[in-house]
Design a binder for this molecule. Structure first.
Ligand code: AIR
Length: 215
């Protein structure tokens, strides 16, 4: 279960295989050239865990409300499956815009490779993030409210040039996880291999159903 501090959620074990045993054990671990000590976290608050992920964090998941958690967990599940390290945060573009700007700066400083952002209603979160960084942003429209997510979908997909948000389908945070993996795999051969294995397994499982199914 993650911990929440002033709108920031950090999963207890962000990512999986890329986190070293020392980090898993909860020891502070600074990478080469790490500026963590000069950058203690949002508002000068200590981070929720005394870990330094500066050289480990590859992806970030941000969502607009606790009510988005169940949808966005699907992205986290895929990233874990792929062995991609990530941090997760609850920040609203409308309720806590200053916090969002600080977080984008922090993710840039940590050399985050891709950001997955999910929100419902007037879902400006991914677009606002994209306006502040060149880190690729993947938007997940969450189907909440009276318009069943159409509002969120259009808010993300109709971004003006040159500020794109790569938008996945309604509530399809799993696909955001896969796309994030593909983006990171451009510079990570091991990750590309894991994605290839996933495709092979998926095809085999799907082909098996062609043999006949119980109805
Ligand atoms: N939201 C939060 N700040 C701005 C927006 N658009 C979204 C959340 C959530 C929805 O509003 O992402 O999907 C409802 O949030 P809540 O907190 O009222 O449940």
């Amino acid at each position: 279960m993650g911990t929440i501090r002033r709108g920031v959620l950090r999963e207890d074990l962000p990512g999986s295989r890329n986190i070293s045993p020392a980090a898993r054990a909860g020891r502070t671990e600074h990478g080469a050239g790490c500026s963590h000590s000069a950058n203690p976290g949002l508002d000068g608050l200590p981070r929720s865990r005394p870990l330094c992920y500066c050289r480990l964090m590859k992806a970030a998941i941000i969502f607009g409300s606790e009510s988005d958690r169940a949808v966005m967990r699907k992205a986290a599940d895929v990233l874990r499956e792929l062995g991609v390290a990530f941090s997760a945060h609850i920040i609203s573009a409308h309720r806590t815009p200053e916090l969002l700007a600080e977080m984008v700066k922090r993710l840039e400083a940590e050399e985050t490779g891709v950001i997955i952002a999910g929100a419902g209603l007037a879902a400006h979160l991914p677009g606002v993030i994209a306006s502040q960084t060149l880190i690729p942003v993947i938007g997940v429209p969450v189907s909440s409210g009276g318009l069943s997510g159409l509002d969120a979908l259009l808010s993300m997909v109709q971004m003006p040039r040159p500020v794109p948000v790569a938008t996945v389908g309604l509530d399809n945070a799993a696909n955001a996880g896969f796309l994030a993996g593909e983006i990171l795999a451009l510079k990570d051969e091991a990750l590309r291999k894991r994605l290839e294995e996933w495709r092979v397994e998926m095809k085999a499982a799907f082909a098996a159903s062609a043999e006949g199914v119980d109805l």
